[in-house]
Ligand binder design. Structure first.
Ligand SMILES: *[C@@H]1O[C@H](CO)[C@@H](O)[C@H](O)[C@H]1NC(C)=O
Ligand SMILES: *[C@@H]1O[C@H](CO)[C@@H](O)[C@H](O)[C@H]1NC(C)=O
Ligand SMILES: *[C@@H]1O[C@H](CO)[C@@H](O)[C@H](O)[C@H]1NC(C)=O
Ligand SMILES: *[C@@H]1O[C@H](CO)[C@@H](O)[C@H](O)[C@H]1NC(C)=O
Ligand SMILES: *[C@@H]1O[C@H](CO)[C@@H](O)[C@H](O)[C@H]1NC(C)=O
Ligand SMILES: *[C@@H]1O[C@H](CO)[C@@H](O)[C@H](O)[C@H]1NC(C)=O
Ligand SMILES: *[C@@H]1O[C@H](CO)[C@@H](O)[C@H](O)[C@H]1NC(C)=O
Length: 485
């Protein structure tokens, strides 16, 4: 009997029987917050992101990868493989004072990976609900959590509405006032990698705070952009470069620990760039909050020695709901195929066109006070139903609110009624200039009928309007805390 240890696995030769037992890859899953299509170096050479660009171009760029137009919906889809409209999470985001979280009867990605033997660690933004401890990361599959529950917080004080939102597992982290989160999260991620016992596969979930507003960055990153006149865009670009350095540090730690060759790095943003806060999606239309491509077609790639087709661009469709089953498959598990997401792992490796031919961009209530939007993709065609959302035009990077006629209320003055439709051929017209709804009535009718089938599966938005007084951080030592639902 001979035993050979190979770098990618263990081949056991037992008499005439040959068994190949591939070890599980380490998985690092990075989410950038509000990073727009035109906010990364491999789409826009003005942005300095050499580490991310290298991982993307040496890996597999996912060029038709879609997310929801907002944070909690995208993250809930990524973590569950279900459409947000099946979980009541399709309207806006989970607000700090709402007693809402991802339904507790749905298992999340880290639970599935833990079942496969992974150590599971999370550093960064949760935003999937925290009103009960049962909603929070260490109760939903993570061995450890360092991060925050909400959105919009200050990068230095770690407060939301002046109340602390930062935790080391369950304990409020009060001693980090003044520490910039991008650097701190990178150092925590590096510590996890350094401490990790390599005989166990690692799942490191790293949803950075960058580059969501507020627009804050240490000066040395802003100084990388002396040629950008607009102060907001200059700082924003620096925030991307800080994120890029963080990704570089995490990659170096994997390399120094001899883990990089056995790691798959997955990278995506959660939605498009937010136009009033200097994010940019040009030449795509719209941005965060809109159902147009600028809000939903995102920066994404996979990198790893185990991936075939490295160095190519994958044009097949992928949606946020596909990440969970695809990652479970990459980890050697069997995805739960009763969910909405598809396992695209073999398609991605084969470079074959994606198994995904159709998806729902979002499906929301159309009526006040929860006026939302809906859109459906079938092959090359996209149908938008009703109100597409704020900032629905095309914006160049320097064409920012204070420099241009962009006004919050501009679109509100000509709202689309919910029964008004737009139709685009995204393959021929990725920037959505050419509405075909009157030219192609048969396709429009077919897509309306299909959307109506999805509507039958829609759960109403779980979006309580009035703040729950029990959420008040003043009741919890001035900290956003679980324990009130
Ligand atoms: C990705 O898609 C865009 C828009 O359809 C296209 O212009 C571009 O050439 C594609 N490939 C890459 C590598 O970006
Ligand atoms: C979770 O519970 C809800 C409400 O009882 C139910 O409608 C839904 O089907 C359940 N989902 C799963 C995946 O079990
Ligand atoms: C953080 O530090 C600043 C400067 O010392 C101080 O003004 C602020 O109140 C502190 N914030 C918190 C939340 O501790
Ligand atoms: C990356 O690591 C270097 C060296 O330790 C450190 O100086 C820098 O602050 C780190 N950058 C980030 C964004 O964490
Ligand atoms: C790593 O884990 C393996 C298996 O559990 C154990 O045998 C080994 O002692 C551990 N190594 C370290 C350095 O803790
Ligand atoms: C390529 O696709 C075929 C057919 O879907 C599948 O059987 C095969 O396992 C795939 N190969 C890889 C390397 O994923
Ligand atoms: C409340 O917060 C203060 C710091 O703001 C801390 O010193 C104190 O220990 C906390 N009390 C409890 C019960 O957590």
């Amino acid at each position: 009997m001979n035993v050979f240890l190979l770098s990618l696995g263990v081949i056991l030769l037992i008499g005439d029987v040959v068994t190949t037992q591939t070890t599980k890859p380490h998985i690092v899953f990075i989410i950038a917050d509000d990073l727009g299509w035109n906010d990364i170096g491999f789409h826009n050479p003005e942005i300095k992101s050499p580490n991310i660009d290298k991982l993307a171009t040496e890996g597999l760029i996912l060029n038709s990868s879609y997310v929801q137009p907002l944070c909690s919906p995208s993250r809930s889809a990524i973590m569950t493989g279900y459409y947000p409209f099946k979980m009541g999470l399709q309207h806006l985001v989970i607000l700090p004072y709402q007693p809402v979280c991802v339904p507790l009867n749905i298992t999340l990605l880290p639970e599935a990976l833990r079942d496969l033997g992974y150590a599971t660690h999370m550093v960064g933004k949760w935003h999937l609900g925290f009103c009960s401890w049962n909603c929070t990361p260490t109760y939903r599959g993570f061995d450890s959590f360092f991060g925050y529950y909400n959105a919009d917080e200050d990068y230095y004080t770690h407060t939301v509405d002046d109340y602390l939102d930062l935790r080391d597992n369950k304990t409020p982290a009060r001693n980090l006032n003044g520490t910039y989160s991008t650097n701190y999260f990178a150092s925590l991620a590096t510590d996890i990698i350094n401490r990790h016992n390599k005989s166990q596969p690692l799942f490191l979930y790293l949803p950075f705070q960058a580059v969501h507003e507020p627009i804050e960055v240490p000066k040395r990153y802003e100084d990388l952009y002396p040629n950008i006149q607009n102060e907001g865009r200059r700082k924003f670009s620096g925030m991307v470069s800080a994120l890029d350095e963080a990704v570089g540090n995490v990659t170096s730690a994997l390399k120094q620990n001899g883990m990089l060759d056995d790691t798959l790095i997955f990278f995506t943003a959660d939605n498009g760039g937010w136009i009033p806060y200097y994010g940019n999606n040009y030449p795509l239309r719209g941005g965060k909050f809109t159902i147009y491509e600028g809000g939903t077609r995102t920066v994404a790639f996979i990198n790893g020695k185990r991936l075939q087709n490295s160095g190519t661009v994958y044009e097949g469709l992928m949606h946020a709901i596909d990440w969970m089953p695809t990652i479970v498959a990459a980890a050697g598990g069997i995805p739960d195929n009763s969910r909405d997401g598809m396992n695209l792992w073999s398609d991605l490796n084969n470079g074959s066109l994606s198994g995904r031919k159709e998806f729902v961009y979002n499906l929301d209530s159309h009526f006040p006070p929860l006026e939302g939007h809906a859109a459906l993709r079938m092959g090359d065609y996209k149908m938008v139903e009703g109100y597409p959302g704020e900032f629905p035009d095309w914006y160049k990077p320097q064409q920012l609110p204070e420099d241009s006629p962009i006004k919050q209320d501009k679109f509100e003055k000509k709202p689309y009624p919910w029964y008004q439709y737009q139709l685009f051929n995204i393959k021929d017209d990725p920037t959505e200039h050419n509405d075909l709804s009157t030219k192609l009535p048969d396709i429009l009718a077919k897509m309306k009928a299909r959307l109506n089938e999805y509507k039958k599966q829609m759960v109403p938005p779980n979006f309580p309007i009035l703040p729950d007084p029990k959420s008040d951080p003043a009741l919890y030592n001035n900290t956003w805390s679980p324990g009130w639902c």
